[in-house]
Design a protein around this ligand. Structure first.
Ligand code: GAL
Length: 337
């Protein structure tokens, strides 16, 4: 009798170590994943969305499981996103993948998920730790912002070490820069800004800030700020450090309009347009999450949760909760032209 109790306890423990609340369900042949994007018109998020769609098809093919993705755009409204979560749950989604509108306000969605026992994979906009600790079946997939920023600074450090005149354009021993920042509430903005600058300074580039401003990840806002700065500080700016590619591309638009072509611009994201700009020499470089791995991690983890399987070993979770996707740099080479 004692042994039987021990064995059933073991079985419960095994079930609990599986991803998701579901009992291991080998019979399940189809799953439904509810995905909510903070803004469907965000370039980087759009790139990730396409990869998720591709990876879901790969998953279907490789595992013989039908995967239905229900992808919704919250259009920048937390209220809309909360309603989307309600709808996903009422439609019987097995798991949710959420790119929160307001990462500080994830608790409402978390409470709904806990009540319905539906696991959640958050991505790109990181909820606060206190919220992430509310339940075992909450996960986060993103990139390490400090690593991104150090890589971004490194691109200029390497260039300066090779050819100082390519960075310090007027050769006065100082590299004058402007800074374009993302949303102030986003975890990436502050960390990227701080560590890009640190990595440039530590790498021996004599930088000096002219000015900076928040352009909320947007190309048009980046362009407007840059246009203003070019008028305020004519023939002074040598480097544009941008928290993402879209704002960097906006700065390039303004530089082109002002016919001030020499200024170096660095971005982050490796979006399709960003990579094109690097290839053509308009942008010095960008840092990118490996989007295939990023999206695979989302799909594999979500599908594993939906099926009540173990978390996939290829995507090791830090503290059982966080997966950090690897990153790479893309720098302009003369030979790319
Ligand atoms: C950042 C990315 C930005 C924007 C933002 C949205 O990680 O660099 O371009 O997509 O996420 O949350």
């Amino acid at each position: 009798m004692g042994k039987r109790i021990f064995l059933s306890l073991m079985a419960v423990c095994l079930l609990l170590s599986a991803c998701g609340h579901n009992q291991k369900d080998e019979q399940k042949t189809s799953i439904r994943i509810g995905i909510s994007l903070y803004r469907g018109d965000d370039t980087f998020i759009n790139n990730i969305r396409s990869e998720i769609e591709d990876k879901a098809k790969d998953y279907e093919r490789e595992n013989g499981i039908k995967v239905t993705l229900d992808i919704q755009d919250a259009k920048g409204s937390q209220n809309t996103q909360n309603n989307q979560v309600d709808r996903f749950i009422s439609l019987g989604c097995d798991v949710l993948c959420i790119n929160p509108v307001d990462r500080m306000e994830a608790s409402g969605m978390i409470e709904k998920a806990i009540a319905a026992k539906v696991p959640v994979v958050f991505f790109n906009r990181q909820p606060v730790e206190e919220d992430m600790n509310r339940w075992e079946y909450l996960y986060y997939i993103g990139v390490d912002a400090k690593e991104t920023a150090i890589l971004q600074g490194q691109m200029v450090v390497d260039m300066y070490a090779k050819e100082p005149g390519a960075v310090d354009l007027n050769g006065d021993g100082v590299v004058n820069y402007v800074l374009l920042e993302g949303e102030s509430s986003h975890q990436d903005s502050l960390i990227r800004t701080e560590w890009s600058i640190r990595s440039l300074k530590d790498g021996g580039v004599p930088i000096e800030k002219i000015t900076g401003g928040i352009a909320n990840w947007e190309r048009s806002q980046g362009s407007a700020l840059m246009e203003q700065w070019l008028m305020q500080y004519p023939d002074t700016i040598e480097l544009v450090i941008s928290n993402n590619d879209d704002m960097a591309l906006g700065a390039i638009d303004a530089l082109e309009r002002a016919e001030a072509g020499d200024v170096n611009v660095i971005g982050i994201d490796g979006t399709t347009q960003g990579l094109e700009a690097v290839k053509s020499g308009k942008m010095l470089g960008t840092v990118s999450a490996n989007k295939e791995i990023y999206a695979s991690a989302i799909v594999e983890l979500a599908a594993g949760c939906a099926l009540g399987r173990e978390t996939p070993k290829e995507y090791p979770l830090v503290d059982g909760t966080y997966y950090w996707a690897p990153q790479e740099i893309f720098v302009f080479e003369e030979s790319d032209k």
